[in-house]
Design a protein around this ligand. Structure first.
Ligand code: PEP
Length: 256
């Protein structure tokens, strides 16, 4: 089955709920309904914005999807500050980003915790966007493929092949996130192809052929076209450029 291009905008800790409404309205206005036949688009706002985004998407029957930036491994209980899979599912979230390098770095999330979050997402019908990727020292040592595929295997541990089929993987070299240093299309393709090969080895070529593998790291309208031309790059996880409605919709249009 041909994989449909997917562009997800990770807003990180930006936009209050009023700003979120304005940004979603701008995106909805700029991308006509027919656009979504070619590309899936999602916004990933902070938790505090999700209810407002849901109201807009439901009220105006928008084809845009949305998700969250994190999920607790637990369903409920004494976990102050956490937000659970059932809560996100109830808000109509389709996706949840898991294992973003900023959470690995600032919240000490290791592969085991990332895996428990992936499992929590799948358990509650949310599509995990599993982020993997190397820091600069690993890239310079030339072990970026081993490092990234090990994160992938650990992140998916315990999932059945049919569950893996629905997962989205985002290859995000840490040295390219928020730095303006985009990996070349060849760099992105090399690792995204290795991710697919690893999936094929563990879950079969059929499953691997359906998994969408995104590239993330300083993606903008100026580089998206070349990235999505790569055989194994099925779209992008976009940070900074997703906060500017004009730039984000230009980028989306160029990904089609
Ligand atoms: C991200 O946060 O996932 C990301 C890729 O950020 P940026 O596009 O700003 O590099």
């Amino acid at each position: 089955m041909a994989r449909k291009t997917f562009i997800a905008g990770n807003w990180k800790m930006n936009c209050n709920h009023l700003e979120a409404i304005a940004l979603v309205q701008k995106i909805a206005f700029a991308l006509p309904e027919k656009y979504y036949a070619k590309v899936d688009v999602a916004v990933i706002p902070p938790f505090t914005d999700i209810r407002s985004v849901q109201t807009l998407v439901d009220g105006d029957k928008l084809l845009l999807s949305y998700g969250a930036q994190d999920v607790s491994p637990h369903d409920s209980g004494a976990y102050t500050g956490d937000v659970s899979g059932p809560m996100l599912a109830k808000l109509g979230c389709s996706y949840v980003v898991v294992g973003h390098s900023e959470r690995r770095e600032y919240h000490a999330e290791d592969d085991a915790l990332v895996n428990s979050k992936v499992r929590a997402a799948v358990k509650h019908g949310l599509t995990p966007i599993l982020c993997v990727g190397e820091k600069l020292d690993v890239r310079e040592a030339g072990t970026h493929i081993e490092h990234t595929t090990a994160q992938l295997v650990a992140g998916l541990d315990g999932l059945k092949a049919e569950q893996v089929r629905g997962v989205v993987v985002a290859y995000e070299p840490v040295w390219a996130i928020g730095t303006g240093k985009v990996a070349t299309p060849a760099d992105a393709e090399e690792v995204c192809a290795a991710i697919r090969d690893t999936l094929a080895g563990k879950y079969g070529a059929d499953v691997a052929g359906d998994v969408r593998v995104l590239y993330g790291g300083s993606v903008k309208s100026g580089n998206i076209s070349d990235l999505v031309k790569c055989d194994n790059v099925d779209g992008a996880l976009v940070g900074g450029a997703s906060l500017d409605g004009d730039e984000f919709t230009k980028l989306c249009a160029l990904a089609a």
